[in-house]
Design a protein around this ligand. Structure first.
Ligand SMILES: NC(=O)c1ccc[n+]([C@@H]2O[C@H](COP(=O)([O-])OP(=O)(O)OC[C@H]3O[C@@H](n4cnc5c(N)ncnc54)[C@H](OP(=O)(O)O)[C@@H]3O)[C@@H](O)[C@H]2O)c1
Length: 256
């Protein structure tokens, strides 16, 4: 099986790449940090193909696909994982940075999905995995534009799964809550850690990777992780209320 994982240089993407490599699968690892990618690729030998690309750039988002296919064969699983998070008061965010976030979190998955789909449909097999966020389901302050990008990705993903029914191609939509990575650490550095926020159920990249490995194999429609956050889909009004309740108040935000 050939699995393509974007954002594979660290965090959730790197953990998922390790999981697949440990099961003997072939993995294309995509990100900007060449050294980290090469280090991880070494653990997979000829089964790993590191690709240095800035997915914010339209041309670089897909230009490496033919080389990956030539090296490791047709793509069986595409994991749209690379992402960035801008936190801050909306009025103070840099518009150019917001544009980059939209390009990475929304446009890159759309470009990649559209690029791999025709071959998957022709082969009547394959899986697209979109790493959205609980932020898509529960609005929180200082995350307005980030949450909007994740809601866009999640909605595109959920729609595509229905559209592809009967084609043999599956779509898995993933809604992680807090997971201990550089991204979540960055958020905690900026936002005040109220006791409620500090005690939020938090997962690890390695355990999420194991959950995703299984969900992809079983063709599950969506993953909410850690599992307790699934309550947000059954009780959305309560989830919104509690998110608002525990969110840091404006005066508590440190570095904005
Ligand atoms: N951690 C959480 O709590 C959490 C919660 C919900 C959703 N998520 C989502 O899960 C995904 C992975 O997050 P993470 O926590 O593992 O984040 P992370 O540790 O910050 O890793 C982000 C990955 O994306 C890559 N990336 C960033 N900008 C890129 C660009 N322009 N082109 C190509 N690759 C780029 C990074 O590699 P380079 O810097 O080397 O390019 C890195 O491999 C993201 O989509 C995130 O929104 C995370």
């Amino acid at each position: 099986m050939h699995v393509v994982i974007t954002g594979a240089s660290r965090g959730i993407g790197a953990a998922l790449a390790r999981e697949y490599l440990s099961h003997g699968e072939k993995v294309t690892l995509v990100a900007r940090s060449k050294l980290q990618l090469e280090e991880l690729a070494q653990t997979g030998g000829a089964r790993a193909f590191p690709v240095e690309a800035d997915l914010c750039e339209a041309e670089q988002a897909t230009s490496w696909l033919p080389a990956a296919i030539e090296r490791l064969g047709p793509i069986d699983v595409l994991v749209n994982n690379a992402g960035m998070q801008l936190l801050g008061r909306v009025a103070e965010l840099d518009t150019e940075e917001v544009g980059k976030m939209v390009a990475l979190n929304v446009m890159a998955p759309i470009r990649l999905t559209r690029a791999v789909l025709p071959d998957m449909i022709a082969r009547r097999s394959g899986c697209i995995v979109d790493i959205a966020s609980m932020a898509a389901l529960t609005p929180a302050p200082y995350m307005s534009h980030y949450s909007a990008t994740k809601a866009a990705l999640a909605t595109a993903s959920e729609c595509l799964r229905i559209e592809l029914e009967g084609t043999g191609v599956h779509v898995l939509t993933v809604y992680p809550g807090p997971v201990t990575t550089e991204m979540s650490q960055g958020a905690f550095d900026v936002l005040h850690k109220t006791p409620a926020v500090a005690n939020m159920p938090t997962g690890t990249p390695a355990s999420l990777a194991r959950v995703l490995f299984r969900a992809i194999a079983e063709r599950q429609p969506r993953v909410i992780y850690p599992k307790i956050y699934a309550a947000a889909t059954y009780m959305p009004t309560f989830a919104r209320w509690i998110t608002k309740k525990i969110a840091p108040r404006p005066l508590e935000v440190r570095k904005l």
